[in-house]
Structure formats: structure tokens, C-alpha cells
Design a protein around this ligand. Structure first.
Ligand code: G3H
Ligand code: 13P
Ligand code: ZN
Length: 311
């Protein structure tokens, strides 16, 4: 099966009250762990590549690995650019075979965001590719951009209709209190999301797919594995899974997860070396890391996103 866009998968997810998992990929083991879970659960999937991932692993290597995953699984998979920041980057990914791109103009003014997003949409739609835009600004670290809590801002519901109408985007990422990275809330702070904003956006854009970034739960088991095996992560708090379930049952059709993959991989490798300090064959430690990524992704698909059996 060739790559698909997100159009059909989002339509079904919206109607079915579940969400598609969008997982960040950087190398073969991550892609294999995610896609093996999806295959066992017959789940549709978004594999997403940041500009940092593309610099690290190279566009051709990543697209060929995803091509292999398509061949091995036969699943509906969309290959998506995560946080594209320029028209040129989006164009390069569209020309290079991606089926979906995000243009993240959220750090620009409303008018500049519309102008840039519209430019990407025109090119993408002419080439059979779909586009995710963003309104509102998440806190946290993505690539080399670090948005402080003071600079973060919730999406303003009164702007969404105009943004969608004038840009022609296919989906919209919003800011309701999630953030990038492992440290989403301060120690002692109660995690909270602005479901009232999501509800108002859903009311204003009926049937339109919404995207939630910064949605890792920062699975405590993996943080523990890091800290019990020589790591020193300060208290990390993620998005409670019941909140993600609630968002998935609403207009949220795509939920982005990266930090949980990083923690699963790093926690497993740290534990492996604590148990086997003399081993040096990368296959020995990458195999359990891949297996734990698979287990974590399967848990998310089955118990949080609800996309299992929907391929
Ligand atoms: O939202 C950001 C993702 O976690 C990707 O992170 O830009 O470091 O690859 P990265
Ligand atoms: P996390 O850092 O919560 O995994 O968010 C990932 C993300 O939003 C990728 O775009
Ligand atoms: Zn993101």
C-alpha cells in the first residue's frame, strides 16, 4: 500500500470518537517498534519527521525506512513533516514524497501566519499533500526553539474560523495547556487542560480535525528506569492519560507523541547497561529498547487513543 494522506483517517477518527497516534521517528528501531505495535493492533498511523530528525537521519534514509514499514505492514500510514517552519522546508518534504506537512506559523502574527500557511496549502494541495496549521503557542522545547511559559499562549477560539477559511488547512493544531518535552507541569502543580477552549473550537468548526501536540504522558515507569540506572532526571510530569482519552473522544483526531518514545528507549538502554556493563553489541541493547517502544505504543493505541482495529 502506498502512503496515504490523513484525510480519510481523520474523518473516521472524528466520527468514531478516537484519535490517530502521530509518533516522531528518527531511526530504524523507533520506526520498527511503532509499526510493529500498529500492525499487531491493525491501527492506522502517522509517522512524523521533524527538521531535526531529517538533519540527523537524512531524508532519503527516513523515507526508505517508512517505505519498508508500508511494505511490511500493509497499514494506512501517513508520512508527515512535524513543525515545518518555512515554505522551502515544506516544499522539499512534499517534493520528496511526504503525504502531509505541518507549517507552524504560530510564532508569527495572525496575518503572517495566514500568509505563510496559505502559501504552503496551495503548493501542497496541488501535489496531493495535506497540511496541518497551528494557532496558539505551546511551551517547551522543540528542536532549537525553546518557548518559555510566559511566551506560550492558548489558542483564541474566535480566530479559528477565519484562519481555517483563509488558509484552507486540512487540520489545526491548538494550544490548550499541553507542552513539548518531559517537563510539562511544575512539581506539585496539578496538570490541567483547557477543555473549554477545545469545546468552543469544536462548536465553531464542526467536523474539523484538531491536533494535540505535546501529548506525552511521560510514562513514570521509564523515568524511573532512567533514574534507577544512573540517570538524574528532575521530577517530570506529563499529560494524564484520561485527559488524552477525553480529547480523543472530542474533536482531537491526531495526538503527537515523541518524549514518551525517547524515555522508553533511553530508560531501557540505561537499564540494559546497568545489568550488562560489559556488553558492546548495539543489537543487544537496541532490541529491548525497540520492544519497549512497541509495548508503550501498543498501550497508547489500545488504552488511550482508541485507534486499534481501525486500519
Ligand atoms: O515537537 C517536537 C518533537 O518532539 C520533535 O523534536 O525537533 O528535537 O526532533 P526534535
Ligand atoms: P511530546 O514532547 O509531548 O512528546 O510532544 C511531541 C510533539 O508534539 C511533536 O510535535
Ligand atoms: Zn509538536
Amino acid at each position: 500500500m502506498p502512503l496515504v494522506t490523513t484525510t480519510e483517517m481523520f474523518k473516521k477518527a472524528y466520527e468514531g470518537g478516537y484519535a490517530i497516534g502521530a509518533f516522531n521517528v528518527n531511526n530504524m528501531e523507533i520506526i520498527q517498534g511503532i509499526t510493529e505495535a500498529a500492525q499487531e493492533l491493525n491501527a492506522p498511523l502517522v509517522l512524523q519527521v521533524s527538521s531535526g530528525a531529517r538533519k540527523y537521519a537524512n531524508h532519503t534514509y527516513l523515507t526508505k525506512l517508512v517505505e519498508a514499514a508500508l511494505q511490511e505492514t500493509g497499514l494506512p500510514i501517513a508520512l508527515h513533516l512535524d513543525h515545518g517552519d518555512t515554505f522551502e522546508l515544506c516544499k522539499s518534504c512534499i517534493d520528496g514524497g511526504f503525504s502531509s506537512v505541518m507549517i507552524d506559523g504560530s510564532h508569527h502574527s495572525f496575518e503572517e501566519n495566514i500568509k505563510l500557511t496559505r502559501q504552503v496549502v496551495e503548493y501542497a494541495h496541488d501535489h496531493g499533500c495535506v497540511v496541518e496549521g497551528e494557532l496558539g503557542r505551546l511551551a517547551g522545547v522543540e528542536d532549537d526553539v525553546d518557548v518559555s511559559e510566559e511566551d506560550a499562549s492558548y489558542t483564541r477560539p474566535e480566530e479559528v474560523e477565519e484562519f481555517v477559511a483563509r488558509t484552507g488547512v486540512d487540520s489545526l493544531a491548538i494550544a490548550i495547556g499541553t507542552s513539548h518535552g518531559a517537563f510539562k507541569f511544575k512539581p506539585g502543580q496539578k496538570p490541567e487542560l483547557r477543555f473549554d477552549i477545545l469545546e468552543e473550537i469544536e462548536r465553531r468548526l464542526p467536523g474539523f480535525p484538531i491536533v494535540l501536540h505535546g501529548a506525552s504522558s511521560v510514562v513514570p515507569e521509564y523515568v524511573k528506569m532512567i533514574n534507577e540506572n544512573g540517570g538524574a532526571m528532575p521530577d517530570a510530569i506529563g499529560i494524564p492519560e484520561d485527559m488524552l482519552r477525553k480529547a480523543a473522544a472530542m474533536a482531537v483526531c491526531k495526538i503527537n507523541i515523541d518524549s514518551d518514545l525517547r524515555l522508553a528507549m533511553t530508560g531501557t538502554i540505561r537499564k540494559y547497561f546497568a545489568d550488562h556493563p560489559d556488553h558492546f553489541d548495539p543489537r543487544q541493547y537496541l532490541k529491548p529498547a525497540r520492544e519497549n517502544i512497541k509495548l508503550m505504543v501498543a498501550h497508547k493505541m489500545k488504552h488511550v487513543l482508541g485507534c486499534d482495529g481501525k486500519a
